[in-house]
Ligand binder design. Structure first.
Ligand SMILES: Cc1ncc(COP(=O)(O)O)c(C=O)c1O
Length: 399
């Protein structure tokens, strides 16, 4: 019945973990979830007020496909203010979240058989979107010892005549890496020399705790001319449900992505667009406040994880994820009610933590590393502490 392209599609495992935790809770089982990739804060009041006001003004109709001019101008002002980048509204496309932005990009750029370099571990949707459209994602490992910094040498070695695009994501989901200026500069040179496109997913920019966020597009006009900068209102402004993401890049490519969007979704919600104008142009102090809170929780959870036997975790420098290595648990025996099981993979570790600790985490396998699991610390101190205590108690039962 289904199209061939569906044969390889994996549904989002992060959303699957959230659904599983919700289902257990509905059955009365008290699960602490570290699965969600969204801030636990509410959207700031000024942004909600702007949405209400837009509705009252009658901003409830179709808009320009790529976003109202005021929002595209607000995106240009943001990119100038925060990233030192010059764009015009015609270089901007606003979409239904950055996930949609990225899909428009792959649709507009990738032919069947084209190779896309994806530094690994990676966010689960990059390889899936590429595969869905017949492209070939090529995972290029980064090293835990460098805090998962980009590895320009390995990227260079992975380039073939079919390579078309490199996917960068800093701060990184799931590792929390903030790529170093030297590595970014080397990848910029590689892209220019080998005539590659670059997509720079900067969705976690506002949550940079160590190092400084730099967009690769700001490293010079040659690399900017082949880079698509992608960002979102989801994480910085706690607006995941509003679905506003955007891209800035070379005009011809933005136009092609807009044409794709014109045949698939048309404009993103008019009301959410006006909320986004306020988010991007209004006072930015809540952003720093939320980031400060995440930074504090980061230390709490990483210290706690490193105190667990068989678990070690590098200190993430950005985003709101911990990506502990759990391979120290492999080979240990989990005595389940229906028989003993040896833990051998991130899936086993995830199942063990869910059943024995009632703690939901996401298996690293889907992010490209079976030695790790991912925890989101966008949750309260009390739940982080309780979750860590439960994990410690469960790990003490392993043989
Ligand atoms: C790395 C990365 N890029 C993009 C997105 C998409 O965000 P949204 O579609 O909500 O803008 C996410 C969300 O989890 C993400 O982690």
């Amino acid at each position: 019945m289904l199209a061939d392209r569906l044969k390889t599609l994996a549904p989002s495992s992060t959303l699957a973990v959230q659904a599983k935790a919700k289902e257990l809770r509905a059955r009365g089982i008290d699960v602490i979830s570290f699965g969600a990739g969204e801030p636990d804060f509410d959207t700031p009041r000024r942004i909600k007020d702007a949405a209400v006001e837009a509705m009252q003004r009658g901003q409830t109709k179709y808009t320009e496909v790529g976003g109202v001019p005021e929002l595209r101008a607000a995106v240009c002002a943001k990119l100038k203010r925060d990233n030192g980048l010059d764009y015009e509204p015609a270089d901007i496309l606003v979409s239904v979240g950055a996930k949609h932005t990225l899909f428009n990009l792959v649709m507009a750029l990738i032919n069947p058989g084209d190779e896309v370099l994806v530094p690994s571990p990676y966010w689960v949707s990059y390889p899936e979107q590429v595969r869905l459209l017949g492209g070939v994602p090529v995972a290029v490992p980064t090293q835990e010892a460098t805090g998962f910094d980009l590895d320009p040498g390995r990227l260079a070695a992975a380039v073939t005549p079919r390579t078309k695009l490199i996917v960068l994501n800093s701060p990184n989901n799931p590792t929390g890496a903030v790529f170093t200026p030297g590595a970014l500069a080397a990848v910029a040179r590689l892209a220019v020399e080998r005539d590659l496109w670059v997509v720079s997913d900067e969705c976690y920019e506002a949550l940079t705790f160590e190092g400084r966020h730099a967009s690769i597009a700001s490293l010079g006009p040659e690399v900017k001319a082949r880079t698509i900068v992608v960002n979102t209102c989801s994480k910085a402004y706690a607006m995941t449900g509003w679905r506003i993401g955007y891209a800035a890049g070379p005009r011809a490519l933005i136009r092609a992505m807009t044409d794709v969007q014109s045949q698939v979704t048309s404009n993103p919600s008019s009301i959410a667009q006006w909320a986004a104008v306020e988010a991007l142009t209004g006072p930015q102090d809540e952003v720093a406040k939320m980031a400060g809170e995440f930074d504090r929780r980061r230390r709490l959870i990483i210290d706690g994880l490193n105190a667990l036997p068989g678990v070690r975790c590098v200190m993430p420098r950005g985003a709101f994820y911990a990506f502990p290595n759990v391979s120290g648990l492999f080979g240990r025996t989990w005595r389940k009610a229906d028989g003993a099981v040896s833990l051998e993979s991130s899936l086993d570790a995830t199942a063990f933590l869910l059943e024995e600790a009632r703690v939901a985490v996401v298996p690293g396998r889907d992010f490209g590393s079976d030695a790790h699991v991912r925890l989101s610390y966008a949750t309260s101190d009390a739940l982080i502490s309780e979750g860590l205590a439960r994990m410690a108690a469960a790990l003490a039962t392993l043989r």
